[in-house]
Structures are given as C-alpha cells and as structure tokens.
Design a protein around this ligand. Structure first.
Ligand SMILES: CC(=O)SCCNC(=O)CCNC(=O)[C@H](O)C(C)(C)COP(=O)(O)OP(=O)(O)OC[C@H]1O[C@@H](n2cnc3c(N)ncnc32)[C@H](O)[C@@H]1OP(=O)(O)O
Ligand SMILES: CC(C)C(=O)C(=O)O
Ligand SMILES: [Mg+2]
Length: 515
C-alpha cells in the first residue's frame, strides 16, 4: 500500500510574507475554508506573536476549520510559543510549529549562539509547545546549508522532547534536487528514533527548484511537503502546492505515496488566492495558468481531437477547470449558472450571495457573447469581496471623454454613506482621470502603490481584471474589479480598495472614519 504524503499549506503564513500579499482576517478565513475543501492536511494560518492581527487571524481560522489541522508558527522562545498555544485554543486539531536556525552562518551571524545553545533552546521550545498540544513540529531553519551531523543531533534531541514532525527547510532556495534528496535521506537514516516523527520539507524557489527539490525529498523518505497555492511566498516563493500534488498523482509509477487532496478544488483555490492577494497567475503557469490546458497549434489540436492523451498528461477537469463546453450566455438561467459554479468548486455562504453573483452574470452576459469560466470566477470574486467589506462607497456612474490630442476628462457619481456625490477631474489618461475624479470626492489620503490589469480571457470583449494596492497610515490593502470596460474595472478596483481602507480604519474608530 502507498504511504500518505501530508500536504502542509503555508499560503497564509509564508505566502503572506511575499511583500504586498498581506491579507485581512476575513480573507484568511476564506482561503482557509478553500484549503479545507481541498482537504489540505495542515493549514499554517500565521505567526501569532507577529502582531495582534496575526494572532486574531490564527484564532479565527482555528475556530472555523474542522477538517484540517490548524498550525501557528513560533520562534524557539517562550512568549512566541505561549502566544501560538493561545491562538490555537479553539482548534479542533492544532499544531505548534517552532523553529530555530541550524546553519553555521545563521547561528553565528544572526542568532549569535553556539550550536549547543541552539540545541538546548530547540528542546526547551518543543517541551513548552507540548504543554499546549501533542502535535508539535520542529524546523531547522536554513537546514539546506546546515551540517548533516548537527541536523541529526538536533533532530534526535527534539524528537526525544516530543516533536512529531521534523521539517528540513531549504530556506534560501540554495539546494539542487539530487543533493537535497540525498541530504534528506541521510538525515532520516542518521537520526535515532526517526520513525517516531514524520519528516517534512519546506523549499524556497530562489533558483526555480522548489518543487523539484521537494519531490526529490519525497523520493528519499519525506512524507510531508510544505507548499503554497500558486507558489506564493517569501522572495521567489515556496513550492507550488498544485505542482507537487499533481506531480505525485500523475507519476504514481515514480512516487511511493499519495496525497489526500481533492484536486478539483485546485483551480478555484488558485483563483481565490490570486484575487485576494492581487498576485495574478501567469498564463503559462503549470496546472493553474490559463494556458495550462490550451492548445493553439494545429498539430496539437489535431492530436487532442483524435486522442486527448497525445498532448495532455492530466485532465483539465481533474484540477478544477470546467471541461463542460456548455456555453453560458445571456439566455442561461440560474440552474445552469449554479451547476457551472458547482463544477468550478465555488461555494456560496448564502442564497443571497448566489443571487448577487447571478445578477452580475446577467449584466455581463448582455455585454459579452460568451461567458468563460474565468469570467465567472472573476464575478464570483467580486461578489464575495462586496460581501466581505463594508461598502460605504459605491460607484453609480462613470463617464470618461478621451480624444486624440485632448486631455481625458472623467465625471463620476458615487454613493458615499448613502449620499449621492459628483466629481470630475482631468488626467494623464482615462484611468488616471477616473481615479482622480473619485479622489475629488473622497480625498482618501491614500498612496497608490500598484496598478495592474489582467485580461481574463482572450478577445476584445474580454473582461479586464484590475488590481490596485493602496497605502494609508502604514496599512496596505488590495482592491479588485472586473469589467469589459477597463476604465470601469479600474474604478471598481479603486473603490473596492477604498472600502477596505475605510473598513480597516473603522476597527479603530467605531463611528466610522472621515472619508
Ligand atoms: C524563514 C522564515 O520564514 S522565519 C519567519 C519569518 N517571518 C517573520 O519574521 C514575520 C513576523 N516577524 C515579526 O513580526 C517580527 O520579526 C517578530 C515579532 C517575530 C520579532 O520582532 P522583534 O522582537 O522586533 O525582533 P526582530 O525581528 O528585529 O529580530 C528578530 C530577533 O529574533 C531572533 N530570532 C530569529 N529567529 C529566532 C528563532 N527561531 N528562535 C529564537 N530567536 C530567534 C533574532 O536573533 C533576533 O533577536 P535579537 O533581537 O536578540 O537580535
Ligand atoms: C519557518 C521556516 C520553516 C521557513 O519558513 C523557512 O525556513 O523558510
Ligand atoms: Mg519559508
């Protein structure tokens, strides 16, 4: 019988360490629920000592998630561990993940501790974590540049102290597959009582080798892989969950283990994470990129039509793309729409949310001949966003005049706290004019850090999906909007971000902040 390969998702912790990818508590809970539907074994929800927001997010995820283990990260320090233990109290199944660096460079230059002190502190941390839970993971940070004998020594000590998972991170993405796999194999062989723990890996993608290194480790005995949706994470990111899962599943002739992942939830999960973080997925990204199952060239199309496996090693439907070619358009009804959402693995919290999405679908169908899966996912994201933020500002109408040789001019009407307000402004281009017209009304005092437009599908009637990132008082929020008119999509994204800024500020001022 094949072994179980545990999937430990760290999108909400290491993924959030991507500059600009910070998420609100509500967004983290939504992603955690998607991960639970995907049947991820462990969800690392955050680093509770990092901030009260992170503590509350881990606590909220711990409260909501029943079928996956919820994990909190802690340095090998008593206050970190106590904070993680506290945040995880509501969890049906909670894990404390404690770590300390073991490479010479980190011990000498960063921690300024001797190897003996590091072992002592690691043991103390694991023992303390065991006061809160039987499920304790220990990570040797920068294991990829650590000495193997020292790793075996510290692993033996923390297993004796009660660690049940031993993680070997390639923290700086320095390793190459053959060498990393051999290292993991040697660590397992050289650690007394290694059979009392699950060995895990956590690979970074600095050389583009995170997935390859993780898979090589699996071939050498690792039975947990730490990864993130879309490969999000510190610097160049972590191993991509979707790639690890599908490699193991597709090459069962190579891997002696199986994951428990429901792969049909992968594409919806990927879309959700991309929408919330504003980190869009490149079209040629394996598994979840828009082109991952698309065939453009004639010889390939001919082959696929004759026999799909000539050019496809996986089925699009197996990872959550809709294989159903039933066209959705303006004549489609609620049942077809609901059924397509089910195929796409999209769940709504209420009938009201479904109806809101259906209304958006009908409006879009009036403008666009054919509605693709990506369009539906975009409008679902928009519906969810509307329900998750307090909408004090709403777009009523937008008119932009743009003519060769003339300065574009925008006129906008907004509802602000139930009152209709109008504004106008010139701009460097139509989008600039539209955003300035909005600002002429709200004067938000925010700074625009990022503006990006993504074509959701092909064709000139495609929807543009816009992400904007705003900063006010050190708080950074992302806003998204989609429309067949990219100026309107931009205004929607900007207003979505402004509502988040307001919602965030309201937490500090219950009467509502000035706009
Ligand atoms: C590889 C990784 O991904 S590790 C996780 C990285 N993630 C993060 O750092 C995000 C959250 N971090 C934070 O919010 C902050 O860094 C905090 C709250 C954890 C700590 O903040 P501060 O107390 O201000 O410390 P600061 O970040 O400046 O420095 C880190 C300190 O922790 C020490 N440290 C680092 N790792 C560990 C560890 N695993 N165990 C014990 N101490 C550690 C460092 O040596 C340094 O100690 P020093 O202040 O005595 O020099
Ligand atoms: C905290 C650890 C596991 C980490 O993120 C790393 O080493 O990259
Ligand atoms: Mg990491």
């Amino acid at each position: 019988m094949s072994d179980k390969l545990f999937i430990f998702d760290t999108t909400l912790r290491d993924g959030e360490q991507s500059p600009g990818a910070s998420m609100t508590k509500e967004e983290k809970v939504r992603i955690a629920k998607a991960l639970e539907r995907m049947r991820v074994d462990v969800i690392e929800a955050g680093f509770p000592i990092a901030s009260s927001g992170d503590f509350e997010s881990v606590q909220a995820v711990a409260r909501e998630i029943k079928d996956s283990t919820v994990c909190g990260l802690a340095r090998a320090l008593d206050p970190d561990i106590d904070r993680a233990g506290e945040a995880l109290k509501p969890a049906a199944s909670g894990r404390i993940h404690t770590f300390i660096a073991t490479s010479p460079i980190h011990m000498e230059r960063k921690l300024r501790m001797s190897p003996d002190e590091v072992v002592k502190q690691a043991v103390r941390a694991v023992e303390r974590a065991r006061r809160y839970t039987d499920d304790v993971e220990f990570s040797a940070e920068d294991a990829g540049r650590s000495e193997i004998d020292f790793l075996c020594r510290i692993f033996e000590a923390v297993i004796a102290a009660g660690a049940t998972t031993i993680n070997i991170p390639d923290t700086v993405g320095y390793n190459v597959p053959e060498q990393f796999g051999a290292m993991v194999g040697r660590a397992i062989e050289g650690t007394p009582n290694a059979d009392k723990a699950v060995f895990s890996v956590h690979c970074h993608n600095d050389l583009g080798l995170a997935v390859a290194n993780s898979l090589s480790a699996v071939l050498n005995g690792a039975r947990q892989v730490e990864c993130t949706i879309n490969g999000l994470g510190e610097r160049a990111g972590n191993a991509a969950l979707e790639e690890v899962v599908m490699a193991v599943r597709t090459r069962q002739d190579v891997f002696p283990c199986e994951t428990g992942i429901d792969a049909t939830q992968i594409v919806p999960g990927s879309r959700l994470v991309a929408g919330i973080t504003g980190f869009s997925v490149q079209p040629n990204k394996a598994i979840v990129g828009a082109n991952a199952f698309a065939h453009e060239s004639g010889i390939h199309q001919d082959g696929v039509l004759k026999h799909r496996e000539t050019y496809e090693i996986m089925r699009a439907e197996d990872v959550g793309w809709s294989a159903n070619r039933m066209v959705l358009g303006k004549h489609s009804g609620r049942n077809a729409f609901r059924s397509r959402l089910q195929d796409l693995g999209v769940a709504f919290a209420s009938e009201e949310e479904l109806n809101a999405a259906f209304q958006r679908f009908k409006t879009l169908a009036d403008k666009k001949h054919e509605i693709y899966d990506e369009d539906i996912q975009a409008l679902v994201t928009e519906t969810n966003l509307e329900h998750s933020v307090n909408e004090r500002i709403k777009l009523v109408s937008l008119r932009v005049c743009s003519e060769t040789g003339e300065t574009p001019e925008a006129n906008v009407t907004l509802w602000v706290d139930g009152e209709e307000k109008r504004g106008s402004a010139p701009g460097g281009g139509p989008v600039d004019a539209a955003l300035k017209a909005i600002e002429s009304i709200v004067d938000s005092q925010t700074e625009l850090l990022l503006y990006s437009v993504n074509n959701i599908t092909t064709g000139t009637d495609s929807q543009g999906e816009v992400t904007v990132r705003l900063e006010r008082g050190g708080r950074i929020v992302n806003g998204q909007g989609a429309d067949t008119d990219i100026v309107i999509a931009s205004a929607k994204a900007y207003i979505n971000a402004l509502n988040k800024v307001v919602t965030a500020a309201e937490r500090g001022h219950p009467q509502g902040p000035e706009l």
